[in-house]
Design a protein around this ligand. Structure first.
Ligand code: NAP
Ligand code: MG
Length: 483
């Protein structure tokens, strides 16, 4: 399937890159080029910034908050109305099962738009009780021109986590999707244009991180960068953004512990451990990639985890029955398989998977879901984010040992605790250094619940009322009342 050539959305118009260059988009399940998208130059980024600024000072800034909210709400409605097409696009460029795209990602993105649409006219300033003779009130204003730079694992959802609160709070946006997965972001831009969002409110710019992304980060006309991606990229963005002192929020990598105590409902924990790592092919920032198992149940538990893992077979992502799709790219597949080799070399025990697979087409970047036992905290697969379907199982002795091992990471995005003892569950939750703790469940999200990192998993929060803080700034107004 060839979707043709896609242009940049700048100032409500579709245009080629200023130098005419394009880059290919590949379907990881078939290795076919499915589209060519424009590679935006620094000049294109500048045009987008000027358009976003003009919209901010013009029609968007003048629109009432309620009207703005209504438009954002309609964008959510439109997304649901086109959910089948959007899900197909998402699966085509990412390789995730169509069932996940259609029934999880697209509906969550639509819901996120509608959730933040509701906040548009409910966030406001206050009057402040200061010393006598003065009236002080605050205005809660947008930050300005917001750039959203997003990765390839949940291409539309992670974009919407940024676009929705940004637009609802009155900012204008420049969205840069990942090179591998630009199609749904472009489609979102098209929907916004058709719905009558003023030109320049939502610009969608495709192109490489090193050229387009870097030009965004360096542009003095951008007020804020909302980034999700690799920790090393995030650090680079923070360094570059320092020159123009942009606001930044960073959602970065993770190496999240999923802790199973001997007193847990073990069948539920087995399902939670496998779904926690294998949902989305393990290309999930919050994936429960470190399975911490209490020593007394380790063998029994890992046998069950390995059995369940072996039943998960990679298949054609477009087949509605498929639950485990294609790894997102050749580079990523090679990277993940390299980690499998490293784990073997460092002495971990392979309990399931570990190989590249052919789904019968001779094409596509497929591999088996993989489980390693006898992993120790100093091994590479216990420390580094693999961002693929590889589970590292580590044993622990008791509650204190579990907490210590869980926190022995530079990351702190998420965590899971499986136990039937409520005291233990909440005690451990209080001790974990992570932005999310799931108790007797894993990988559940809701737009009303905040998500974000501790430690080197980044800062800022997405979704929930807490995200509003990161897309607004407070202006204090003093009025002399002295008679
Ligand atoms: P990435 O290389 O950091 O890319 C993320 C985005 O940044 C892409 O749009 C990329 O463009 C762009 N980019 C790359 N270099 C840039 C630069 N110098 N300046 C500006 N933008 C730049 O990450 P990825 O490989 O797409 O995604 C995998 C990583 O993301 C994993 O480590 C994962 O943990 C993390 N992640 C975290 C979360 C979270 O919520 N915490 C969610 C998802 C993923 P190109 O695509 O053109 O390179
Ligand atoms: Mg990358």
């Amino acid at each position: 399937m060839m979707l043709g050539r896609k242009q940049l959305l700048i100032d409500g118009e579709w245009r080629d890159a200023s130098d005419g260059k394009t880059q290919p988009v590949v379907n990881p399940a078939t290795e076919e080029v499915i589209a060519e998208v424009a590679s935006a130059t620094a000049e294109d980024v500048d045009a987008a910034v000027r358009a976003a600024r003009a919209a901010l000072e013009g029609p968007w800034g003048k629109m009432s908050a309620r009207e703005r909210g209504r438009l954002v709400y309609k964008l959510g409605e439109r997304l649901m109305a086109q959910a089948d097409d959007m899900a197909r696009l998402e699966t085509l460029h990412n390789g995730k099962p169509i069932t996940e795209s259609r029934h999880v990602e697209i509906p969550m993105a639509a819901e996120c738009l509608q959730y933040f649409a509701g906040w548009a006219d409910k966030v406001h300033g206050e009057t402040v009780p200061v010393k006598g003779g003065q009236l002080v009130y605050t205005l809660r204003e947008p930050v300005g021109v917001v750039a959203a730079i997003v990765p390839w694992n949940f291409p539309l959802l992670i974009a919407v986590w940024k676009v929705a609160p940004a637009l609802a709070m009155g900012n204008t946006v420049i969205l840069k999707p990942a090179s591998q997965t630009p199609l749904t972001a472009l489609a979102l831009g098209e929907m916004a244009t058709e719905l009558g969002f003023p030109a320049g409110v939502l610009n969608v710019i495709t192109g490489s991180g090193s050229t387009t992304g870097q030009a965004i980060v360096d542009h003095p006309g951008i007020n804020k960068i909302a980034f999700t991606g690799d920790t090393s990229t995030g650090k680079g963005i923070m360094r570059s953004a320092a020159d123009t002192l942009k606001h930044i929020t960073l959602e970065l990598g993770g190496k999240s512990p999923n802790i199973v105590f001997a007193d847990a409902d073990l069948d539920a924990a087995v399902r939670g451990a496998t779904m926690g790592i294998f949902y989305g092919k393990g290309e999930v920032c919050a994936a429960g990639s470190r399975l911490l198992v209490e020593a007394s149940i380790k063998d029994e538990f890992l046998t069950k985890v390995a059995e369940r893992t072996k039943k998960m077979v990679a298949g054609d992502p477009m087949n509605p029955k498929t639950r485990f799709g294609a790894i997102s790219s050749k580079t990523q597949l090679e990277r993940v398989l390299q980690y499998v080799e490293t784990a073997k070399n460092e002495g971990a025990t392979l309990l399931a998977g570990g190989e590249r697979v052919d789904i019968g087409t001779g094409k596509g970047y497929f591999m088996q879901p993989t489980v390693f036992g006898n992993v120790t905290v100093d091994m590479t697969i216990a420390k580094e984010e693999i961002f693929g379907p590889v589970l590292a199982a580590i044993e622990f002795a008791d509650v204190d040992d579990a907490i210590e091992k869980a926190n022995a990471s530079i990351y702190g995005l998420a965590s899971g605790v499986w136990t039937s003892d409520i005291k233990k569950a909440h005690y451990v939750a209080s001790k974990l250094k992570a932005g999310t703790v799931w108790i007797n469940t894993y990988n559940v999200y809701d737009t009303a619940a905040a998500f974000g990192g501790y430690k080197q998993s980044g800062f800022g929060r997405e979704m929930s009322m807490h995200a509003l803080e990161y897309y607004t700034q407070v202006k204090t107004v003093w009025v002399d009342l002295a008679q």
